[in-house]
Design a binder for this molecule. Structure first.
Ligand code: CP
Ligand code: NVA
Length: 322
């Protein structure tokens, strides 16, 4: 039994396994060198119950998980935070202890990452992060799968993330990039840098995989010759009270425009976790240009990676690789 609340807790080998299994779900006939068949792996989910607790809105995460769970012959139970006693103040501890007695896995989207940490303290079943203020691991796994599909490799791929370097999506993208040996430039205002603990974990992965991470202020320098340009909203869920100051800080310099993209490699792809705010972090001509934008393939891949993650947390580590 294991949790997945941040990619900092997994190894490059486990991450590679997650990508392979995800690919196998999308391309069943592809040879991917997995120790077991998909049918053998999915047995861990059969007839199980997975609680999906959402404290914030979601389209992709919720629906991809519900479909993934049903396709793995398990049963999703969607629970809106405010309709649970949690919304009236029941402690997380009590909720998790009780749910552990009914269901087999909890996937939770929460306002504060501490809520997930608290859940792992008391849970007898796996806890999966479906987004917190600090991390979005499910997104970053799908992001790496998408880059693999489009570029046929991950090691040595150059990625630029432009915008809020302290966002959940940026944090998980940094960790995922360094887990696979990709290089990542983050261009952000200095007051919106990634958390030091994330950079520390990324540094440790880089020692194993050879990735390079650079934090820059200048988006132009960050995108020069890169293979992937990625952005996320400037105002994440929970930061609406900072909307005015954030838009004033980010829009003039960090919006992804055609002019910015022209400084990247000629085969550059544009990525965004979605939902996007056209005209804020990215212009329409970039995100809606099918010759560079892969945002819908990225969203589709959430389905295959969701399946792989559920199997990952439900499979004893000892039988993952054989
Ligand atoms: N990218 C993503 O997590 O989307 P949702 O908020 O719609 O789940
Ligand atoms: N950073 C965004 C991601 C949404 C999927 C947010 O937290 O709102």
């Amino acid at each position: 039994m294991r949790h997945l609340i941040t990619l900092a807790d997994i190894t490059p080998e486990e991450f590679a396994w997650l990508l392979k299994l995800s690919m196998k779900f999308k391309y069943p006939h592809k040879h991917l060198d997995l120790p077991k068949t998909v049918e053998e792996y999915i047995e861990v989910l059969r007839d199980k119950y997975v609680a999906l607790i959402f404290e914030k809105p979601s389209t992709r995460t919720r629906v991809s998980l519900e479909v993934a769970i049903r396709e793995l012959h398990a049963n999703p139970i969607y629970l809106n935070w405010n309709e649970l006693q949690l919304g009236r103040g029941e402690p997380i501890r009590d909720t998790v202890i009780v749910l552990s007695r009914y269901v087999d896995c909890i996937v939770a989207r929460v306002k504060s990452h501490e809520t997930l940490v608290e859940m792992t303290r008391y849970s007898r079943i796996p806890i999966v992060n479906a987004l917190s203020d600090r991390f979005h691991p499910l997104q970053a796994i799908a992001d790496m799968m998408t880059i693999m599909e489009k570029k046929n490799r991950l090691k040595g791929v150059n990625i630029a993330f432009i915008g809020d370097g302290g966002s959940n999506v940026a944090h998980s993208l940094i960790l995922a990039s360094t887990l696979v040996g990709a290089n990542i430039n983050i261009a952000c205002p200095m007051q919106y840098k990634p958390l030091p603990e994330v950079l520390k974990a990324a540094e440790n992965f880089s020692k194993l995989t050879g990735s390079k991470v650079r934090i820059l202020e200048d988006p132009l320098e960050a995108v020069r010759n890169v293979d992937v340009v990625y952005t996320d909203v400037f105002v994440s869920m929970g930061f609406e009270h900072e909307r005015d100051i954030r838009l004033r800080t980010f829009i003039p310099k960090y919006r992804v425009t055609r002019e910015l993209i022209e400084n990247a490699h000629e085969d550059v792809i544009f990525m965004h976790c979605l939902p996007a705010r056209r005209g804020e972090e990215v212009t329409r001509e970039v995100i809606d240009d099918p010759s560079i934008s892969v945002v819908f393939d990225q969203a589709e891949n959430r389905l295959y990676t969701a399946k792989a993650v559920l199997i990952f947390v439900m499979t004893p580590s000892s039988s993952l690789f054989g």
